[in-house]
Design a protein around this ligand. Structure first.
Ligand SMILES: [Zn+2]
Length: 383
């Protein structure tokens, strides 16, 4: 979906009037936080109907790290990553508190599965503080850390890994190490591992196997040789919907998944790799998966590179782009529409509220995204 300036003006005007509106590809309506607006009741009924039997996915704002919570209708949960540590606020750590608050909102009192994609501190760092707030049933990772303290940023990686090992040693939870081709022991939705510890799947997934013409023109980049490349990447299937999250898997690893044969197949939702930095998310990858919706877990100053946004918008089936933050170094043309951004620059919004995005996935393939800042939901009917 392209939202023109005219559309944005119209959108604001219609919302001001409290009127339910339809977008070009998706319908926008007021969410539960919008009070006392005419049409809200109907919209809220719509949200409730959509949520029934739906997989709910919360994108927690951990300021340029990752933390994504999947909650099935049965209540079974999977958390992917835990944001960063907050040693300055041991009693109210920023990221762990935000994740715990979203768990509460989602009715999750125990995280059944916690997948650590890799050991960089913006992914594993919040884990020791989080487990004091919400119990975890099973930890899942790619195995030992092999990034030393001698590389740039390596000291915090070693510290994050060591702190995680202490939590594992407590022995209260199961621990599972995965490799490409594994299926996670999650009952309510299907989670296939496509990358782990620097390796990728050897054979295409059931939905993959097509030639990928974008490989010919997609630029190549050098390997980075660090933990990002060892990210556990997963493809999640719920009903007709396929969602991909490769953690921070790097550009250099992507051809192994999609060139010359697209082993992944098409996705409905792309959780943009590596916060949308230009070190991941090659045209070869994004064109191969041709997502309907892309969601970027960037911060104001990290990720959502202009080139990444161009690549996503240039893919063949894209309906909409969402971001956790305005990318403050980009112009307006290289940001999602303001209505599709959970956190605006502090100069606009005042304090950093840590607003989330929520994706709702119905069995029939209908999707909806709710902006935690505005309470507004955009619907994407099943195709
Ligand atoms: Zn990261």
């Amino acid at each position: 979906m392209r939202i023109s300036g005219m559309w944005r003006l119209g959108f604001v005007a219609l919302l001001a009037a409290g009127t339910a509106v339809r977008a070009q590809d998706g319908g926008a309506h007021r969410g539960p936080t919008a009070q006392a607006q005419s049409g809200t009741t109907t919209a809220q009924r719509g949200v409730a109907q959509l949520a029934k039997g739906a997989l709910q996915i919360y994108f927690v704002d951990v300021e340029g790290g990752q933390s994504t919570l999947f909650v099935a209708p049965s209540g079974e949960s999977l958390l992917v990553d835990t944001g960063s540590p907050d040693p300055r606020n041991p009693n109210a750590p920023r990221d762990a508190s935000r994740i715990a608050a979203v768990c509460k909102l989602a009715g999750v009192t125990r995280i059944d599965n916690l997948l650590v994609t890799h050991y960089h501190s913006d992914h594993v760092g919040g884990l020791p503080q989080l487990v004091t707030m919400v119990p975890v049933g099973r930890f899942i990772d790619h195995g030992v850390n092999r990034e030393g303290a001698d590389v740039q940023g390596g000291a915090s990686t070693v510290a994050g890994y060591d702190a995680y090992q202490k939590v594992l040693a407590d022995g209260h939870a199961e621990h599972l190490t995965v490799k490409p081709g594994d299926v996670l022991p999650v009952k309510a939705f299907h989670v296939e591992v496509v990358s782990a510890d620097g390796e990728v799947i050897a054979k295409p997934l059931a939905a993959g196997g097509q030639p990928n013409p974008a490989c010919v023109t997609s630029p190549l980049k050098d390997p980075e040789g660090d933990e990002n490349e060892r990210s556990v990447g997963v493809v999640i299937t719920y009903g007709k919907t396929r969602i991909m999250d490769l953690g921070d898997l790097t550009w250099a690893k992507e051809p192994g998944l999609v060139c010359p044969i697209n082993k992944l197949g098409r996705m409905d939702v792309y959780i943009a790799s590596h916060h949308g930095l230009d070190r991941s998310g090659s045209p070869a990858l994004v064109d191969a998966i041709a997502p309907r919706i892309a969601i970027i877990d960037n911060s104001g100053r990290k990720g959502a590179a202009a080139t990444t946004i161009d690549t996503i918008r240039g893919s063949s089936r894209l309906q909409d782009l969402w971001q956790l933050h305005t990318a403050e170094g980009n112009d307006t043309a290289h940001n999602a529409a303001e209505s599709h951004i959970a956190n605006l620059p502090a100069t606009v919004s005042g304090a950093d509220a840590g607003n989330y995005l929520k994706l709702t996935v119905r069995m029939d393939g209908a999707l909806a995204v709710t902006n935690g800042r505005t309470g507004e939901t955009v619907d994407y009917p099943a195709k």
